[in-house]
Write a protein that binds this ligand. Structure first.
Ligand SMILES: C[S@@+](CC[C@H](N)C(=O)[O-])C[C@H]1O[C@@H](n2cnc3c(N)ncnc32)[C@H](O)[C@@H]1O
Length: 330
């Protein structure tokens, strides 16, 4: 990959510099306040990210995780559409730019516009982007916009909506997904990997399909989700290195944590969705690997891949939750 494409390490370094100016205790307190307000009665009528210390705390605490989640979704899109490269990108509710960092890391050169109603988030996002070393990210436009029925999105190749639907009223969620579907050639929607995050993703998926888009990932088809509602939820996991701020707020000494997320990627252009996707962490036993799959033709399935399967068994030992199965076959 090109050295100018921003990485998780570059993001971590930019965030560490940012926090240098913020006393650790103040940063930890700001994170705790944010966690409490995110647990409270969202959606709100005004931005939760009110000032620079809120935004710095949000960025340091959450950005590495939302960046990794979006990165996984973009990897699935790239796998389904290996020849497609976006020239323009709109990051709606982009905040400090986690999804834009992920997009700039996936393709060279898309022109990004970040939209958000929280001016302090945009200002800090611009600062972080300036430190990224990525020409694409440094050239991004950071614009104030309120998501709602009046939101109009200019035509763009790629739209990202990362960890935003949860903050909106149901009617604004629908309006945003419709606007994204009308504006974008590809739309990536990511939510926390919780039962309600999954519900919002499924609602968005239905709207994207109704608007004429096709699902590129994670689903192997555009049909109904085979998961029985209320019994389970489709979600995935991305590994994130913990920062010292994380350790301070959450305690413990683990060097990483797993960010759980639900997502859908849909496109207006033809794609090759996976034949099946691994929807649980694979279980590796002696001489066999147990896979839980969502398949194109047979819904949810369990597969046992044993040594007798030769090449496939070796592939199964390397496969991860969220990967397409079998590898390299769409
Ligand atoms: C949880 S943050 C996610 C930020 C970023 N997309 C990410 O993945 O890290 C949600 C963002 O949505 C923005 N937001 C929430 N409601 C909004 C609205 N009605 N109009 C514009 N932006 C909104 C917030 O200001 C915040 O930056």
């Amino acid at each position: 990959m090109n050295a100018t494409l921003p990485t998780a390490e570059a993001l971590r370094a930019a965030l560490a510099d940012l926090l240098d100016g913020l006393p650790p205790k103040q940063a930890a307190q700001a994170v705790e306040r944010l966690i409490a307000s995110y647990r409270g009665t969202t959606p709100t009528d005004a931005p939760v990210l009110r000032d620079r210390s809120d935004v710095a705390a949000y960025a340091a605490y959450r950005m590495p995780a939302t960046f990794e989640a979006v990165r996984s979704c973009l990897a699935a899109l790239r796998e389904a559409a290996p020849d497609w490269t976006p020239a323009t990108h709109t990051d709606v509710g982009g905040g400090t730019g986690a999804a834009s960092w992920a997009v700039a890391g996936a393709w060279e050169g898309p022109r990004t516009t970040v939209l958000d109603w929280a001016e302090p988030a945009l200002a800090l996002g611009r600062e972080l982007a300036a430190a990224s070393g990525s020409p694409g990210l440094r050239a991004a436009a950071w614009e104030r916009a309120r998501i709602g029925k009046e939101l109009e999105l200019a035509p763009t190749d790629l739209v990202t909506v990362s960890y935003v639907l949860k903050e909106l009223r149901p009617e604004d969620r629908g309006a945003l997904v419709d606007a994204a579907a009308a504006a974008g050639q590809a739309v990536v929607i990511v939510e926390p990997g919780t039962p309600d995050g999954y519900e919002r993703v499924i609602e968005a998926r239905d709207r994207l399909i109704a608007a004429g888009l096709s699902v590129a990932a994670p689903c192997p088809h555009d049909g109904a989700c085979p998961i029985e509602r209320g019994k389970d939820w489709c979600h995935f996991s991305a590994r994130v290195s913990r920062s010292s701020l994380h350790r301070q707020v959450k305690g413990g000494s683990l060097s990483h944590e797993d960010e759980k997320f639900s997502y859908v990627v849909a496109t207006r252009f033809p794609v090759l969705p996976a034949a099946a996707r691994v929807v649980r962490r694979p279980q590796i036993r002696k001489g066999q690997v147990l896979l839980e799959l969502c398949t194109r033709d047979d819904g949810l399935e369990r597969a046992t891949v044993t040594k007798r399967h030769g090449e496939l068994y070796r592939a199964a030992r390397d496969i991860a939750w969220g990967d397409a199965w079998p590898p390299g076959q769409s």
